[in-house]
Write a protein that binds this ligand. Structure first.
Ligand code: NDP
Length: 251
């Protein structure tokens, strides 16, 4: 991928970068010249990768270890970024979890956990970081939702409900924050080839694959490229939008 410098020196926080889509977003952001704060849960787990990514792209990629559901730790992480960079230009809320349960099988505990990670933690981070962005009078927030939050799906009612919530909170946050010049958008991926998706390799998976117009799974970099656009000044007049990146899926 060519580095066009679309995010040159922009300070960004990306959650859930230990693998999958979050990792791809962090790498594309570094390629575009961003100063990346990469969140992961397990201490030390992304030290090696972040050091390599910094050198390769001649930028700074700093690991920030916290669980997104831990409000105090998230706040501390944001304070560290402000101390080091004095600003935050982009927040990518990517961390998420999924369960595959039919309506009759949904466990309350996993339902609550999924809302906690996919929705509550996202709102909390937006709350913390939008205060910083308000003072700057600029910022871009990108929330990763899902095609199933738009269209629904059998066997993932709880997950799709969390992603529907991400879509509506994105639209409301965009309305509240527009006057501060803070943009809030969401990317709604279709099926993307990551661990999350391969855990779903049953018959319905194959059926859904056949519903992708372009005939292939998404790659993490497909989502990362859309995130570059929404984080960059190319999209400076775009807010409150849900961008489907799904290879023309019809599920
Ligand atoms: P993966 O399961 O591959 O990665 C999820 C990431 O989120 C991991 O880095 C994981 O960290 C992190 N994470 C989970 N819980 C927490 C937490 N409490 N605190 C911090 N980090 C956490 O998923 P994908 O890369 O596929 O998905 C990324 C996003 O894209 C998710 O929001 C997902 O819902 C969404 N999405 C994915 C699709 C797909 O087909 N793959 C389709 C549509 C949307 P750890 O290693 O510690 O578990």
């Amino acid at each position: 991928m060519n580095n066009a410098g679309l995010l040159e020196k922009k300070v960004c926080l990306i959650t859930g970068t230990s693998r999958g889509i979050g990792r791809a977003i962090a790498e594309r952001y570094a390629e575009e010249g961003a100063i990346v704060y990469a969140n992961a849960r397990t201490k030390g787990s992304i030290d090696e990768w972040s050091a390599e990514c910094s050198v390769k792209n001649q930028t700074i990629v700093t690991p920030l270890y916290f669980d997104v559901t831990d409000y105090a730790a998230a706040k501390q992480a944001v304070l560290q970024i402000i101390k080091e960079q004095k600003r935050i230009d982009i927040l990518v809320n990517n961390a998420g979890i999924v369960t595959h349960e039919l309506l009759s099988m949904i466990q309350l505990e996993s339902l609550r956990k999924m809302f906690e990670v996919n929705v509550v933690a996202m709102i909390q981070l937006i709350q913390i970081i939008s205060r910083v962005m308000s003072r700057q009078k600029s910022g871009s927030i990108i929330n990763i939702s899902s095609i199933v939050g738009v269209k629904g799906i059998t066997g993932q009612l709880a997950y799709s409900a969390t992603k529907g919530a991400v879509i509506s909170l994105t639209k409301s946050a965009a309305k509240e924050l527009a006057s501060q010049n803070i943009r809030v958008n969401s990317i709604a991926p279709g099926m993307v080839d990551t661990e999350m998706c391969s855990a779903d390799s049953d018959k319905s998976f194959l059926e859904r694959l056949s519903n992708i117009g372009m005939g292939r799974l998404g790659k993490p970099v497909d989502i990362a490229n859309a995130s570059v656009f929404l984080g960059s000044d190319l999209s400076e007049y775009i807010s409150g939008q849900i961008l489907g990146v799904d290879g023309c899926s019809i599920i």
